[in-house]
Design a protein around this ligand. Structure first.
Ligand SMILES: [Zn+2]
Length: 192
């Protein structure tokens, strides 16, 4: 019998854009180039691909369309924030506030090049479902981000995880640019 997913990764398509302006030096570690903050909004930002409801910038920010914002509001999803980019913009910064723990010391994930200037690893490579912690305790209608961010330097981004109930609703909503990747219980899915 096929096991049932216990949660889903909620993934978004790349939009080929960069959110943080490169010329604002205080946003980046001078030694390794990693982001030092996510608390900056460039009001002139417009994604290169404008037709996606949720998409990821090359520097690890999630960008939402009005349709995405209205869908999450209609579903009354807690723990997400849609930050306006500007009054005129048709896009919002999509932020997930609740956290799920990820054990980056387990096999399948590599941490490389600890930077003592910004106190983070330059690269965290290899996201593995079985390294997620405490999935059984998640709210079926909740959305979470991993406490670890993946990729290298300024590209690093968390992975979004949704409960099975919310996944069902998001599947019906058909937000353009989004994918749901099932996560199976560890003992039933040795390959992931
Ligand atoms: Zn650094």
């Amino acid at each position: 019998m096929k096991p049932k997913p216990i949660a889903y990764c909620f993934e978004e398509h790349d939009n080929n854009s960069i959110f943080l302006p490169k010329d604002v030096a205080r946003l980046f570690c001078p030694r390794c180039g990693s982001k030092l903050t996510r608390d900056f909004i460039d009001p002139t930002f417009v994604p290169t691909k404008k037709t996606l409801d949720l998409s990821a910038t090359l520097d690890g920010f999630a960008i939402a369309s009005l349709r995405c914002k209205e869908t999450f509001e209609a579903l009354k999803v807690g723990g997400v924030r849609f930050r306006p980019i500007s009054e005129a913009s048709k896009f919002w910064l999509f932020e997930v506030l609740q956290v799920v723990k990820y054990d980056a010391d387990r096999p399948g994930t590599r941490k490389e090049g600890f930077c003592s200037a910004c106190n983070q690893f330059v690269s965290v490579i290899g996201f593995k479902h079985s390294n997620l912690q405490g999935l059984a305790a998640l709210d079926s209608d909740g959305i979470y981000r991993t406490d670890v961010e993946f990729a290298s330097g300024h590209e690093k981004a968390p992975v979004f995880i949704v409960g099975t109930g919310l996944a069902e609703k998001l599947r019906s909503a058909k937000l353009k640019g989004t994918y749901l990747d099932p996560i199976y219980p560890v003992d039933s899915a040795p390959s992931r």
